[in-house]
Design a protein around this ligand. Structure first.
Ligand SMILES: Nc1ncnc2c1ncn2[C@@H]1O[C@H](COP(=O)(O)OP(=O)(O)OP(=O)(O)O)[C@@H](O)[C@H]1O
Ligand SMILES: [Mg+2]
Length: 281
């Protein structure tokens, strides 16, 4: 009787759809990953989704620069047993939840099997009670960045129209495709002078990826270069909150809608963190 109840619980839990994971990455640094992931997370949260933002960049002052979220503790404190996972989850606007220092997960292999198992259970539980997990990765094609992308259900590559940013975006896409990434890869062009320039930039990347990698890239949208975004960063307030009626906020809302509309349940149920550990080790 007792066992039966447990089994039913397990069945119903395994049927609940776990949070989908979107990794925001770039190649070149400074192209707008943190602003894109933060504002996207807020748009999704405002649309009623339960959103978790994972800051997977080791460089200091990432999310706190955009959102004034201070990270005294991060994943490494959980790994060392100093904090519990729930202690390091911070609350942001719109009910957004945030974990800083998620790049520290690459040390997961260094803890005991028992601790590893326990943390993975916790992380899986966290994924279960979330609709969307957004990962703000570091720049470049370091293996830990690639691992976060490979484990994600969907990858959003941020580029600008600048040649160097496009080359590095292509470099990142190439690594993912060569490693056999199977989820949708979308491109958002940031800091464009016009939507036309954004579309041209996307089209050039898509043509090269189609021709040399036989890969299909989705167009996620264009974000114009906007002084309001810089002002918002200076005020440490995400632009969609600082300027809710602006064009850039509409662009972020459209971006969120477009990404949400893609078919991205390739990995099916659960297991982002388990996949991540496999890619990290
Ligand atoms: N649409 C935009 N319009 C104007 N300026 C922008 C825009 N997007 C980003 N910026 C500028 O670029 C800066 C860097 O953005 P952000 O921190 O999001 O980039 P990043 O890719 O996360 O950088 P890093 O690689 O260092 O993590 C912002 O502080 C802002 O000044
Ligand atoms: Mg950043």
């Amino acid at each position: 009787m007792g066992n039966h109840a447990v089994n039913l619980k397990q069945v119903s839990e395994s049927r609940r759809p776990a949070g989908r994971v979107l990794a925001v990455t770039s190649g070149k640094g400074g192209v707008g990953k943190t602003n894109v992931s933060t504002n996207l997370a807020l748009c999704l949260a405002a649309a009623g989704k339960r959103v978790l933002l994972l800051d997977a960049d080791i460089s200091l002052g990432n999310l706190d620069l955009v959102m004034n979220i201070r990270s005294k503790y991060n994943i490494s404190h959980v790994l060392s047993g100093y904090k519990r996972l729930e202690d390091i989850i911070q609350s942001g606007p719109e009910g957004l939840r945030i974990i800083c220092g998620a790049s520290g997960l690459d040390q997961l292999a260094d803890i005991s099997d028992y601790e590893q198992h326990r943390l993975l259970e916790h992380l899986a539980g966290l994924q279960d009670e979330t609709d969307v997990i957004l990962v703000d990765t570091a720049a470049g094609i370091a293996s830990s960045v690639v691992s976060f992308c490979m484990a994600a259900d969907q990858v959003l590559v941020v580029t600008t129209p600048e040649a160097a940013a496009m080359t590095d975006a292509y470099g990142m896409i190439k690594v993912l495709v060569r490693k056999g990434y199977e989820g949708p890869i979308s491109v958002v062009v940031n800091m464009a002078q016009s939507v036309a320039e954004g579309k041209r930039t996307y089209q050039r990347l898509a043509d090269v990826a189609g021709r040399f990698l036989q890969a299909n890239l989705y167009y996620a949208g264009t974000l114009l270069k906007d002084e309001r975004l810089c002002r918002a960063v200076r005020a440490r307030t995400p632009v969609v909150l600082a300027y809710p009626k602006s064009q850039i906020t509409s662009s972020f809302t459209a971006l969120a809608a477009r990404l949400g509309g893609l078919q991205w349940d390739k990995h099916g149920q659960n297991g982002f963190f388990r996949r991540l550990i496999r890619w990290l080790s």
